[in-house]
Design a protein around this ligand. Structure first.
Ligand code: NAG
Length: 160
């Protein structure tokens, strides 16, 4: 049941996704995400920590005349976000709405937050951007320095 206006919105939002603007917001985390499918109602087979990302109402407000939160354009299969933490970078599938997140603040899974920063801090401002999941799929991204460290270690193992 996809109306023409929804298709149009999807095209508009994908164009917007490719803009590559770096955003900045407070990143928080939540638990209990594995018991529900979020406002996007993603398929249970997608239910893993990299498919847990809640954006605030700035982004998740429903288009005019749309009543089903599952049909929000940012619930679409290509709508992901890349988050840059002190500890590492992750790409997450947008799947949920964070009612308490103002502006560009976002909420991630409690098991993903430690990949970004120390969870003791609770709330950490980070840079993030919209990315296309078909180009940059959900998961933990290897930082350049980690890659070279891995390479160095594996060379040591091979040559020593
Ligand atoms: C929303 O619904 C109203 C009433 O049916 C209609 O007049 C309006 O054009 C609709 N807006 C969109 C964006 O489809």
């Amino acid at each position: 049941m996809q109306s023409t206006s929804l298709k149009l919105l999807l095209v508009v939002s994908l164009g917007f996704l490719q803009s590559g603007d770096t955003l900045r917001g407070d990143v928080t985390y939540y638990s209990g995400w594995n018991h529900g499918w979020g406002s996007c109602g993603l398929d249970i087979s997608m239910e893993n920590q990299f498919y847990v990302l809640a954006l605030g109402m700035k982004y998740m407000t429903l288009p005019e005349n749309e009543t089903n939160t599952h049909n929000h354009p940012l619930c679409g299969p290509n709508a992901c976000a890349k988050i840059y933490g002190e500890r590492g970078t992750v790409v997450l599938k947008i799947s949920d709405t964070c009612g308490g997140c103002l502006d560009d603040n976002i909420d991630v899974a409690d098991t993903v937050f430690p990949m970004l920063d120390d969870p003791i801090k609770g709330v950490v401002p980070m840079d993030w951007e919209f990315v296309d999941c078909s180009v940059d799929p959900p998961g933990k991204k290897t930082a350049k320095s980690e890659f070279f460290l891995d390479l160095h270690l594996s060379r040591k193992i091979i040559y020593n």
